[in-house]
Design a protein around this ligand. Structure first.
Ligand code: FAD
Length: 410
């Protein structure tokens, strides 16, 4: 029987494990925690079928100066950690040139195109419909000029990729979301994204489905991964585990493990924070405040505010700046209530410099497979890339051309 150890129980690892198990593989999912307790827990919870363009690095001088001088809330950096970011950021800059970004969009949009349908299957099989709302989200704009530009981009996305949306002026927005002020320029309502009331629970539900299909979940440390004469082994709480294949789906931790096998994978680590608020008013659907670089999503624990990107080192302590700014801007919009947790959660978006995930075999190690680097949309893409990986591991022609995602591109 074909056997695999999947390392990492986030949305990407669980998505891979379910697809392999369903195809008759004998699969053990190994994580140091329960499934869905890291990045896949703390995000904004949007299954983003509208996100057909991966985020490029800003290249215009005005934006770069705003970031450099600490006046942008969507991107901040910690000076002491900048030296670690320089090399991946230079590559990110290079790949963000319009011509190269267009290539990334083409490869990215192909994945996004069947992200929601893949979730749909798992949501039904995992009986997780209670966690899902299919009403889209709104992108709020405060500056009329930026709003106009965002509408123009959305129109291009409708023309090229069939993205569906409505444009709401300030009055229409206040009618749709009556708690909001009516003096805002307006918002784009993306109609097709789905929102999750508890992203960690969605991963746990898919992990439950994986177990019902016969898969096993064990606690263990991925850093004990070893190549053996018959394949791969890893140490778990239940002893040493052997399998013919191993899948690295450790999100932002993947490059660290790969380095021990001689692979250097650049990663732009974009930290984000969240905090829940209760006791105020609630929103109908999530609202992204573009100008101020944060999102508000109604969730099981209250309204979750999530922040943009902070370039810092993985072990650096939390900095309160972006969340505090986001909170004060959100309080100008709605009655937010009070903080639920004593400290904010934070986690890292695993972003590659060319904005595409790493998906496929490790070039120099037989039976070692990779699935990570889903950046800003790993909650969305986990089941889709899980299916692609399973097709590749079975030696089938994949549903889409997977050549842009191979590790050998680095
Ligand atoms: C603030 C924020 C908002 C976001 N909003 C969205 C959104 O709305 N929609 C969307 O699609 N995406 C969103 N994302 C991105 C998304 O959350 C990530 O892309 C996705 O969760 C990555 O999933 P993953 O499975 O690759 O990684 P993870 O979920 O981090 O999983 C990796 C797993 O590896 C395990 N692990 C690590 N080291 C070891 C080890 N040594 N041994 C064993 N196990 C180990 C961890 O415990 C973890 O369970 C957001 C991210 C952030 C930070």
């Amino acid at each position: 029987m074909r056997s695999a150890i999947v390392l990492g129980g986030g949305m990407v690892g669980v998505g891979s494990a379910v697809h392999l198990q369903r195809r008759g593989w004998s699969v053990v999912l190994v994580d140091k925690k329960e499934p869905g307790r890291e990045t896949s827990y703390g995000n904004t919870g949007i299954i983003q079928s509208e996100a057909v363009r991966p985020y490029p690095m800003p290249r215009d001088l005005a934006t770069l100066v705003r970031i450099a001088t600490g006046r942008a809330n969507d991107v901040r950096y910690r000076l002491a950690s900048l030296p670690h970011h320089v090399a991946p950021l230079l590559r990110y800059w290079w790949h963000s040139a319009p011509k190269r970004h267009r290539r990334a969009i083409a490869a990215w949009a192909r994945l996004i195109g069947y992200a929601a349908p893949e979730h749909d299957v798992l949501i039904r099989e995992a009986h997780a419909d209670n966690l899902i709302r299919r009403a889209g989200y709104r992108l709020l704009h405060r500056d009329p000029k930026a709003f106009e530009l965002a509408v123009a981009t959305a129109e291009e996305n409708r023309r090229d990729f069939g993205v569906r949306f409505d444009v709401l002026n300030g009055n229409q927005l206040a009618k749709a979301e009556p708690l909001l002020r009516d003096d805002l320029p307006g918002a784009i309502h993306f109609l097709e994204p789905w929102t999750v009331s508890d992203p960690g629970s969605l991963v746990a539900a898919y992990a439950g489905l994986f177990e019902r299909l016969g898969g096993r979940i064990l606690r263990g440390d991925a850093r004990t991964l070893n190549e053996t004469s018959t394949g791969w082994s890893v140490d778990t709480g239940e002893g040493r585990l052997d399998a013919a294949c191993a899948v690295i789906a450790l999100g932002p931790w993947s490059p660290d493990l790969l380095q021990t096998f001689g692979y250097r994978v650049p990663l732009v680590r974009k930290r984000g924070y969240h905090m829940h608020y209760r006791g105020g008013s609630s929103l109908d659907i999530p609202l992204v405040d573009a100008a101020n670089g944060y999102a508000m999503a109604p969730m099981a624990r209250g309204i979750r505010i999530t922040t943009g990107a902070e370039l810092t080192s993985p072990d650096a302590p939390a900095t309160p700046v972006q969340l505090a700014y986001a909170e004060s801007e959100a309080r100008n919009l709605i009655n937010l209530g009070s903080r639920v947790e004593p400290e904010p959660w934070f986690g890292t978006r695993p972003c590659t410099p060319d904005m595409l995930p790493v998906l496929g075999p490790a070039p120099h190690h037989r039976g070692l497979w990779l699935n990570f680097g889903h950046g800003h949309q790993g909650l969305t893409l986990g089941p889709a890339t899980g299916r692609l990986l399973a097709e590749m591991m079975d030696g089938e022609t994949s549903s889409i051309d997977t050549s842009p995602y191979g590790l050998d591109r680095f």
